[in-house]
Design a protein around this ligand. Structure first.
Ligand code: SAH
Length: 394
């Protein structure tokens, strides 16, 4: 295939030679034509030597690399990448029949498919494009997913209404690319939940907290648990199975509270240990009594861009300080940040300040990260986004 070539300025090929998968607009010297958004382009060094093929897009990140080898980007290409991705999930023990049928099959750059997310909920794959290139490739990708997954899958739902760049004017619709509604109850580590891929946040569930929920379950025995920012209640039913004395779930969205109640009932019908409250986190923490000895804080990304980093860190400090002030002696605080722009050290510093402000004695028991089905491409450290700390508070 003949693609439009993008020639880089001298020296600007270095990060790509080290397999970093992005070309920034400032690195470009010239182009042999004007590509359309979503086109596949060839990236060359200043001498015209081949470096990579990738999806073109208008913006700071101009090309997202699909391959560093000259090859056809066809169904076989996608199938090979998908098989490799599937293999990793299998090795990690995440594909486990009726015990665990919820996992992320494709995690963008982490699976060498920038701009693409595929989450599996039992027999349904929910596919999300973050780039025009992946949007245009959606039917090819869906066909590849279908062929690689075989009988295990019955439907592919495409959900990119909110994830594609607005300026690209692609007007994507959320729709089934294959099959139709085949039930929306999936299982994580033996615990059931409803997934609302039609209207829910992300693809319907926060799959990335699976192992951290298992850790909450491990510590929950006999504890009074507050699950703040509960969304679909994943941490709540893990704590209930772990033997918690009581579990209170809080989220500002009443829809999230309804979902949490529904999901708890699915696993623990009529369990009086659980109660859910639709309330703002800060208000709840300010007014609550000091009855909890296990608190989970899993807020939405406070910073989506670097220029709001300072405010985000203040937000984490304030939130965590409230929890440190109220948590019982001997309590455990599970605290998270899913903001990509907040690095591990910044986050820890914000928590450190919060602990000092509340004058509590605090020890770090665990440092948590994203699980194996959200892999980090070693050449793309930007892919590391989930950070968590488990703190023992005296
Ligand atoms: N812990 C969840 C995921 C949290 S997503 C899980 O395991 O699935 C973040 C949640 O925070 C969303 O459900 C959102 O409705 C809620 N939220 C956002 N701002 C909030 C606020 N100020 N107070 C309480 N909840 C809030």
């Amino acid at each position: 295939m003949d693609y439009i070539q993008i020639k880089l300025k001298p020296g600007k090929e270095e990060s790509l030679r080290r397999f970093h998968p992005w070309v920034f607009s400032g690195a470009i010297q010239s182009m042999t034509g004007q590509p359309e958004e979503g086109d596949i382009v060839e990236v060359c060094d200043s001498q015209g030597e081949f470096i990579a093929l990738g999806h073109y897009q208008i913006g700071t990140i101009t090309v997202r690399v699909l391959t560093f080898t000259p090859e056809n980007i066809d169904i076989e290409f996608y199938k090979t990448r998908l098989r490799a991705a599937y293999n990793v999930r299998q090795i990690a023990g995440l594909i486990d029949g009726s015990y665990n049928n919820t996992y992320r099959l494709v995690h963008g750059e982490g699976d060498n498919l920038p701009g693409l997310i595929v989450d599996i909920y039992d027999k349904t794959a929910v596919m999300q494009a973050h780039t025009p290139g992946m949007h245009y490739a959606r039917h090819l990708v869906a066909q590849a997913v279908k062929e690689v997954m075989g009988d295990t899958l019955q439907a592919i739902f495409y959900k990119s209404e909110t994830t594609l760049p607005y300026k690209a004017r692609l007007d994507p619709v959320n729709e089934y690319l294959w099959g139709s509604d085949c039930g929306n109850i999936a299982t994580e580590r033996g615990l059931k939940f409803h997934v609302d891929w039609l209207k829910g946040q992300k693809t319907g569930f926060f799959i990335d907290q699976r192992e951290n929920r298992a850790l909450v379950e491990h510590y929950a025995q006999g504890r009074s648990v507050l699950n703040m920012f509960c969304y679909t209640g994943g941490f709540s039913f893990a704590a209930l199975r772990g033997g918690a004395k009581l579990v209170h779930s809080v989220d500002s969205s009443s829809k999230a509270i309804d979902l949490t109640n529904k999901n708890v009932a699915l696993n623990f019908p009529d369990d009086s240990r659980h109660q859910a409250f639709a309330e703002d986190a800060f208000k709840f923490l300010e007014h609550m009594e000091s009855i909890y000895d296990l608190i989970i804080l899993d807020p939405p990304a406070f910073a989506k861009h670097k220029n709001v980093l300072h405010n985000a860190l203040q937000g984490y400090r304030k939130l965590n300080a409230l929890a440190f002030e109220k948590i019982q002696t001997g309590g455990l605080l599970f605290t998270f940040s899913c903001s990509q722009v907040v690095n591990k050290n910044d986050f820890r510093l914000a928590i450190f300040s919060a602990a000092a402000q509340a004058r509590r004695k605090v020890r770090i028991l665990h440092q948590l990260v994203q699980p194996a089905d959200h892999p980090v491409n070693i050449y793309h450290p930007e892919g590391e986004y989930l950070k968590g700390l488990v703190l023992y508070v005296e």
